[in-house]
Design a protein around this ligand. Structure first.
Ligand SMILES: [Zn+2]
Length: 354
Protein backbone atom coordinates (compact mmCIF):
# COMPACT_ATOMS: atom_id res chain seq x y z
CA UNK A 1 0.00 0.00 0.00
CA UNK A 2 1.33 3.36 -1.04
CA UNK A 3 1.62 6.16 1.53
CA UNK A 4 -1.16 8.73 1.62
CA UNK A 5 -0.40 11.61 -0.72
CA UNK A 6 -2.44 14.76 -0.74
CA UNK A 7 -2.95 15.43 -4.40
CA UNK A 8 -5.86 16.81 -6.34
CA UNK A 9 -7.47 13.91 -8.16
CA UNK A 10 -11.02 15.15 -8.01
CA UNK A 11 -10.93 15.84 -11.71
CA UNK A 12 -9.84 12.28 -12.41
CA UNK A 13 -12.72 10.96 -10.39
CA UNK A 14 -15.06 13.31 -12.19
CA UNK A 15 -13.92 11.71 -15.45
CA UNK A 16 -14.66 8.29 -14.02
CA UNK A 17 -18.09 9.42 -12.92
CA UNK A 18 -18.79 10.67 -16.41
CA UNK A 19 -17.58 7.37 -17.80
CA UNK A 20 -19.76 5.46 -15.35
CA UNK A 21 -22.75 7.57 -16.38
CA UNK A 22 -22.02 6.74 -20.00
CA UNK A 23 -21.84 3.02 -19.18
CA UNK A 24 -25.11 3.19 -17.28
CA UNK A 25 -26.71 4.96 -20.21
CA UNK A 26 -25.50 2.27 -22.62
CA UNK A 27 -26.70 -0.45 -20.28
CA UNK A 28 -30.08 1.14 -19.85
CA UNK A 29 -30.76 1.10 -23.57
CA UNK A 30 -29.36 -2.36 -24.07
CA UNK A 31 -31.55 -5.44 -23.97
CA UNK A 32 -28.86 -7.31 -22.05
CA UNK A 33 -29.16 -5.18 -18.93
CA UNK A 34 -30.56 -7.81 -16.62
CA UNK A 35 -28.03 -9.67 -14.55
CA UNK A 36 -27.86 -13.38 -14.93
CA UNK A 37 -28.53 -15.06 -11.63
CA UNK A 38 -25.29 -16.29 -10.16
CA UNK A 39 -24.63 -19.67 -11.69
CA UNK A 40 -24.49 -22.17 -8.85
CA UNK A 41 -22.52 -24.74 -10.84
CA UNK A 42 -19.54 -22.41 -11.01
CA UNK A 43 -19.87 -21.49 -7.35
CA UNK A 44 -19.97 -25.15 -6.37
CA UNK A 45 -16.83 -25.85 -8.38
CA UNK A 46 -15.14 -22.79 -6.89
CA UNK A 47 -16.01 -23.94 -3.37
CA UNK A 48 -14.69 -27.44 -4.01
CA UNK A 49 -11.36 -26.21 -5.35
CA UNK A 50 -11.21 -23.34 -2.86
CA UNK A 51 -11.25 -25.88 -0.03
CA UNK A 52 -7.80 -26.95 -1.17
CA UNK A 53 -6.34 -23.52 -0.37
CA UNK A 54 -3.91 -24.28 2.39
CA UNK A 55 -2.79 -22.28 5.42
CA UNK A 56 0.49 -24.19 5.26
CA UNK A 57 1.25 -22.74 1.81
CA UNK A 58 0.07 -19.26 2.81
CA UNK A 59 2.36 -19.34 5.85
CA UNK A 60 5.33 -20.56 3.92
CA UNK A 61 4.92 -17.79 1.31
CA UNK A 62 4.62 -14.95 3.82
CA UNK A 63 7.50 -16.34 5.88
CA UNK A 64 9.78 -16.41 2.85
CA UNK A 65 8.77 -12.97 1.51
CA UNK A 66 9.10 -11.34 4.94
CA UNK A 67 12.40 -13.01 5.76
CA UNK A 68 15.70 -11.20 6.39
CA UNK A 69 16.99 -12.59 3.12
CA UNK A 70 14.48 -10.44 1.21
CA UNK A 71 15.81 -7.27 2.89
CA UNK A 72 12.40 -5.59 2.75
CA UNK A 73 12.13 -6.06 -1.06
CA UNK A 74 12.85 -2.48 -2.02
CA UNK A 75 12.38 -1.68 -5.71
CA UNK A 76 15.63 -2.00 -7.71
CA UNK A 77 17.54 -3.53 -4.80
CA UNK A 78 19.09 -6.91 -4.06
CA UNK A 79 16.02 -7.64 -1.96
CA UNK A 80 13.84 -7.22 -5.03
CA UNK A 81 16.01 -9.71 -6.91
CA UNK A 82 15.69 -12.22 -4.06
CA UNK A 83 11.90 -11.84 -4.21
CA UNK A 84 11.88 -12.28 -8.00
CA UNK A 85 13.91 -15.45 -7.65
CA UNK A 86 11.47 -16.84 -5.10
CA UNK A 87 8.28 -15.90 -6.96
CA UNK A 88 9.44 -17.12 -10.38
CA UNK A 89 10.70 -20.38 -8.88
CA UNK A 90 7.24 -20.96 -7.43
CA UNK A 91 5.49 -20.10 -10.71
CA UNK A 92 7.78 -22.51 -12.59
CA UNK A 93 7.09 -25.25 -10.07
CA UNK A 94 3.34 -24.76 -10.67
CA UNK A 95 4.01 -24.85 -14.43
CA UNK A 96 2.40 -21.47 -15.00
CA UNK A 97 2.96 -20.24 -18.54
CA UNK A 98 5.10 -17.07 -18.60
CA UNK A 99 3.89 -13.86 -20.18
CA UNK A 100 6.92 -11.83 -21.19
CA UNK A 101 10.37 -13.31 -21.26
CA UNK A 102 10.77 -15.74 -18.34
CA UNK A 103 7.84 -14.04 -16.56
CA UNK A 104 9.69 -10.70 -16.48
CA UNK A 105 8.60 -7.28 -17.72
CA UNK A 106 11.38 -4.84 -16.91
CA UNK A 107 10.88 -1.11 -16.69
CA UNK A 108 12.83 2.04 -16.06
CA UNK A 109 12.01 3.63 -12.73
CA UNK A 110 13.38 7.07 -13.53
CA UNK A 111 15.60 7.13 -10.48
CA UNK A 112 18.83 5.55 -9.39
CA UNK A 113 18.97 5.81 -5.64
CA UNK A 114 22.31 4.26 -4.87
CA UNK A 115 22.94 4.84 -1.19
CA UNK A 116 26.41 5.62 0.06
CA UNK A 117 28.05 2.92 2.18
CA UNK A 118 25.14 0.59 1.62
CA UNK A 119 25.51 -2.97 0.48
CA UNK A 120 22.56 -2.71 -1.88
CA UNK A 121 23.41 -2.42 -5.53
CA UNK A 122 20.79 -0.05 -6.83
CA UNK A 123 19.98 0.31 -10.47
CA UNK A 124 17.31 2.27 -12.29
CA UNK A 125 15.44 -0.82 -13.48
CA UNK A 126 12.66 -2.74 -11.82
CA UNK A 127 10.70 -5.84 -12.77
CA UNK A 128 7.07 -6.90 -12.95
CA UNK A 129 6.48 -10.68 -12.90
CA UNK A 130 3.73 -12.04 -15.16
CA UNK A 131 2.29 -15.46 -15.99
CA UNK A 132 -1.02 -16.73 -17.29
CA UNK A 133 -3.43 -19.60 -17.83
CA UNK A 134 -4.99 -19.68 -21.28
CA UNK A 135 -8.78 -19.77 -21.31
CA UNK A 136 -10.63 -22.60 -23.05
CA UNK A 137 -13.78 -20.84 -24.37
CA UNK A 138 -12.90 -17.14 -24.57
CA UNK A 139 -9.10 -17.31 -24.54
CA UNK A 140 -8.68 -13.75 -25.81
CA UNK A 141 -10.49 -12.30 -22.79
CA UNK A 142 -8.52 -12.13 -19.56
CA UNK A 143 -8.94 -11.23 -15.94
CA UNK A 144 -5.88 -9.97 -14.10
CA UNK A 145 -5.17 -10.94 -10.50
CA UNK A 146 -2.52 -8.60 -9.12
CA UNK A 147 -0.54 -7.54 -6.09
CA UNK A 148 2.73 -5.75 -5.45
CA UNK A 149 5.73 -7.64 -4.11
CA UNK A 150 7.98 -4.64 -3.45
CA UNK A 151 8.19 -2.93 -0.08
CA UNK A 152 10.30 -0.32 1.70
CA UNK A 153 13.68 -2.04 2.08
CA UNK A 154 15.96 -1.16 4.95
CA UNK A 155 16.71 2.08 6.79
CA UNK A 156 18.52 2.97 10.01
CA UNK A 157 15.37 1.70 11.80
CA UNK A 158 15.95 -1.79 10.42
CA UNK A 159 14.42 -4.01 7.78
CA UNK A 160 10.85 -3.26 6.75
CA UNK A 161 9.72 -6.86 6.38
CA UNK A 162 6.34 -6.07 4.83
CA UNK A 163 4.65 -9.31 5.92
CA UNK A 164 1.18 -7.80 5.53
CA UNK A 165 2.26 -5.15 2.96
CA UNK A 166 2.21 -7.07 0.74
CA UNK A 167 3.65 -10.47 1.63
CA UNK A 168 0.07 -11.44 2.49
CA UNK A 169 -1.21 -10.57 -1.00
CA UNK A 170 1.67 -12.19 -2.89
CA UNK A 171 1.50 -15.40 -0.88
CA UNK A 172 -2.26 -15.44 -1.58
CA UNK A 173 -1.79 -15.02 -5.32
CA UNK A 174 0.82 -17.80 -5.40
CA UNK A 175 -1.69 -20.05 -3.64
CA UNK A 176 -4.43 -19.04 -6.10
CA UNK A 177 -2.06 -19.94 -8.97
CA UNK A 178 -1.39 -23.33 -7.37
CA UNK A 179 -5.08 -24.16 -7.06
CA UNK A 180 -6.03 -22.96 -10.56
CA UNK A 181 -3.22 -25.06 -12.02
CA UNK A 182 -4.23 -28.06 -9.91
CA UNK A 183 -7.81 -27.71 -11.15
CA UNK A 184 -6.58 -27.31 -14.73
CA UNK A 185 -4.60 -30.55 -14.44
CA UNK A 186 -7.90 -32.30 -13.55
CA UNK A 187 -9.72 -30.88 -16.55
CA UNK A 188 -11.10 -27.64 -15.04
CA UNK A 189 -9.78 -25.16 -17.56
CA UNK A 190 -11.07 -21.59 -17.06
CA UNK A 191 -13.24 -20.26 -19.89
CA UNK A 192 -11.40 -16.94 -19.88
CA UNK A 193 -7.66 -16.47 -19.55
CA UNK A 194 -6.27 -15.54 -16.16
CA UNK A 195 -3.19 -13.33 -15.84
CA UNK A 196 -1.23 -13.28 -12.59
CA UNK A 197 0.66 -10.01 -12.20
CA UNK A 198 3.20 -9.29 -9.46
CA UNK A 199 4.10 -5.59 -9.48
CA UNK A 200 7.26 -3.82 -8.41
CA UNK A 201 7.56 -0.09 -7.70
CA UNK A 202 4.20 0.20 -5.93
CA UNK A 203 5.60 1.83 -2.81
CA UNK A 204 7.52 4.31 -5.00
CA UNK A 205 4.30 5.52 -6.65
CA UNK A 206 2.45 2.63 -8.34
CA UNK A 207 5.27 2.52 -10.92
CA UNK A 208 4.97 -1.13 -11.99
CA UNK A 209 1.25 -0.96 -12.71
CA UNK A 210 1.67 2.40 -14.44
CA UNK A 211 4.28 0.84 -16.71
CA UNK A 212 2.10 -2.21 -17.33
CA UNK A 213 -1.02 -0.30 -18.43
CA UNK A 214 1.13 1.82 -20.73
CA UNK A 215 2.89 -1.26 -22.09
CA UNK A 216 0.33 -4.05 -21.65
CA UNK A 217 1.22 -7.63 -22.52
CA UNK A 218 -2.47 -8.35 -23.11
CA UNK A 219 -4.80 -5.96 -24.99
CA UNK A 220 -6.46 -3.68 -22.45
CA UNK A 221 -9.76 -3.85 -24.35
CA UNK A 222 -9.72 -7.62 -23.78
CA UNK A 223 -8.85 -7.24 -20.11
CA UNK A 224 -12.25 -7.56 -18.51
CA UNK A 225 -11.41 -6.99 -14.85
CA UNK A 226 -8.58 -6.47 -12.39
CA UNK A 227 -8.68 -8.06 -8.95
CA UNK A 228 -6.01 -6.35 -6.84
CA UNK A 229 -4.87 -7.62 -3.45
CA UNK A 230 -2.85 -5.43 -1.07
CA UNK A 231 -2.59 -6.12 2.69
CA UNK A 232 -5.16 -8.77 3.63
CA UNK A 233 -3.42 -10.47 6.57
CA UNK A 234 -4.26 -8.28 9.56
CA UNK A 235 -7.27 -6.66 11.23
CA UNK A 236 -7.81 -2.98 11.90
CA UNK A 237 -9.12 -1.41 15.08
CA UNK A 238 -12.64 -1.16 13.64
CA UNK A 239 -12.87 -4.97 13.36
CA UNK A 240 -11.21 -6.34 16.48
CA UNK A 241 -14.23 -8.55 17.17
CA UNK A 242 -14.99 -9.41 13.57
CA UNK A 243 -12.90 -12.13 11.99
CA UNK A 244 -15.04 -12.42 8.86
CA UNK A 245 -14.60 -9.09 7.12
CA UNK A 246 -12.75 -7.55 4.23
CA UNK A 247 -12.78 -4.07 2.75
CA UNK A 248 -13.91 -3.95 -0.87
CA UNK A 249 -12.98 -0.88 -2.85
CA UNK A 250 -13.73 0.28 -6.40
CA UNK A 251 -15.95 -2.54 -7.64
CA UNK A 252 -18.89 -0.23 -8.48
CA UNK A 253 -16.87 2.52 -10.12
CA UNK A 254 -16.49 1.33 -13.72
CA UNK A 255 -19.15 -1.28 -14.37
CA UNK A 256 -21.95 -2.42 -12.05
CA UNK A 257 -21.70 -5.99 -13.38
CA UNK A 258 -18.46 -6.51 -11.49
CA UNK A 259 -19.91 -5.08 -8.28
CA UNK A 260 -22.84 -7.46 -8.66
CA UNK A 261 -20.57 -10.49 -9.11
CA UNK A 262 -18.41 -9.49 -6.11
CA UNK A 263 -21.48 -9.28 -3.87
CA UNK A 264 -23.32 -12.32 -5.15
CA UNK A 265 -20.33 -14.66 -5.12
CA UNK A 266 -19.78 -13.67 -1.50
CA UNK A 267 -23.43 -14.15 -0.56
CA UNK A 268 -23.59 -17.56 -2.17
CA UNK A 269 -20.31 -18.86 -0.74
CA UNK A 270 -18.23 -17.38 2.11
CA UNK A 271 -20.69 -14.73 3.42
CA UNK A 272 -17.98 -12.41 4.68
CA UNK A 273 -18.84 -8.97 5.96
CA UNK A 274 -17.92 -6.88 2.92
CA UNK A 275 -17.05 -3.45 4.27
CA UNK A 276 -17.47 -0.65 1.72
CA UNK A 277 -16.39 2.15 4.09
CA UNK A 278 -13.33 3.02 1.99
CA UNK A 279 -15.13 2.68 -1.33
CA UNK A 280 -15.96 6.37 -1.18
CA UNK A 281 -13.18 8.09 -3.16
CA UNK A 282 -13.64 11.21 -1.05
CA UNK A 283 -12.75 9.25 2.10
CA UNK A 284 -9.81 11.07 3.75
CA UNK A 285 -7.58 7.98 3.51
CA UNK A 286 -8.10 7.96 -0.28
CA UNK A 287 -7.53 4.20 -0.50
CA UNK A 288 -9.13 3.99 -3.93
CA UNK A 289 -6.07 5.80 -5.29
CA UNK A 290 -3.39 4.06 -3.26
CA UNK A 291 -2.75 0.70 -4.84
CA UNK A 292 -2.15 -0.73 -8.30
CA UNK A 293 -5.78 -1.29 -9.33
CA UNK A 294 -6.07 2.49 -9.74
CA UNK A 295 -3.93 2.45 -12.87
CA UNK A 296 -6.34 -0.07 -14.44
CA UNK A 297 -9.34 2.02 -13.34
CA UNK A 298 -7.81 5.05 -15.03
CA UNK A 299 -7.85 3.05 -18.27
CA UNK A 300 -11.54 2.22 -17.81
CA UNK A 301 -10.96 -1.40 -16.76
CA UNK A 302 -13.33 -2.60 -14.00
CA UNK A 303 -11.40 -3.13 -10.76
CA UNK A 304 -11.97 -4.61 -7.36
CA UNK A 305 -9.49 -4.00 -4.58
CA UNK A 306 -9.40 -6.30 -1.53
CA UNK A 307 -7.80 -4.97 1.66
CA UNK A 308 -8.10 -5.69 5.39
CA UNK A 309 -7.24 -2.27 6.78
CA UNK A 310 -4.44 -0.14 8.19
CA UNK A 311 -2.84 -0.94 11.55
CA UNK A 312 -0.18 0.48 13.84
CA UNK A 313 2.56 -1.65 12.20
CA UNK A 314 1.76 -0.27 8.72
CA UNK A 315 5.03 0.91 7.11
CA UNK A 316 7.13 0.09 10.17
CA UNK A 317 9.70 -2.68 10.77
CA UNK A 318 7.03 -4.35 12.96
CA UNK A 319 5.00 -5.56 9.99
CA UNK A 320 6.28 -9.10 10.57
CA UNK A 321 5.33 -12.68 9.84
CA UNK A 322 4.29 -13.62 13.38
CA UNK A 323 1.63 -10.89 13.45
CA UNK A 324 -0.24 -12.22 10.42
CA UNK A 325 -3.66 -13.70 11.25
CA UNK A 326 -3.58 -16.74 9.01
CA UNK A 327 -7.09 -18.00 9.77
CA UNK A 328 -8.49 -14.65 8.66
CA UNK A 329 -6.17 -14.59 5.66
CA UNK A 330 -7.37 -18.05 4.60
CA UNK A 331 -11.04 -17.12 4.46
CA UNK A 332 -10.27 -13.93 2.52
CA UNK A 333 -8.18 -15.82 -0.02
CA UNK A 334 -11.04 -18.28 -0.49
CA UNK A 335 -13.44 -15.43 -1.22
CA UNK A 336 -11.04 -13.86 -3.72
CA UNK A 337 -10.41 -17.25 -5.33
CA UNK A 338 -14.16 -17.90 -5.69
CA UNK A 339 -14.65 -14.46 -7.23
CA UNK A 340 -11.79 -15.01 -9.67
CA UNK A 341 -13.13 -18.46 -10.53
CA UNK A 342 -16.58 -17.06 -11.22
CA UNK A 343 -15.23 -14.20 -13.33
CA UNK A 344 -13.16 -16.61 -15.39
CA UNK A 345 -16.09 -19.01 -15.96
CA UNK A 346 -19.21 -16.87 -15.85
CA UNK A 347 -21.39 -16.63 -18.97
CA UNK A 348 -21.80 -12.86 -18.84
CA UNK A 349 -20.39 -10.82 -21.65
CA UNK A 350 -17.19 -8.90 -21.07
CA UNK A 351 -17.08 -6.18 -18.48
CA UNK A 352 -15.87 -3.40 -20.71
CA UNK A 353 -18.17 -1.77 -23.20
CA UNK A 354 -20.51 -4.60 -24.05
ZN1 LIG B 1 2.88 -0.03 1.54
Amino acid sequence: MQVLKVVATKIEFQKLKTFKFFILLVLSISISTSYAQIDSVFINDANIWGQKISVRYLKSGVKKLASKKMLGRETSSKGELAAIKYITKKLKSYKLEPLGLNYIQSFYTGFSSKKKNDYYSYSDSAFNIIGFIKGSVKPDEAIIISGHYDHLGKTSKGIYFGADDNGSGISSILEIVRIFKLAESKGFKPYRSIIFLFFSGEEKGLLGSKHYVENPLWPLNKTIANINIDMIGRSDSAHLNDNKYIYVIGSDKINPKLHNVVNEVNQSSLSLNLDFKYNDPSDPLRLYYRSDHYNFAKKGIPVVFYFSGLHSDYHTPNDVYKRIEFDNLLIRVKLIFNTAWYLSYNPLNGFNND
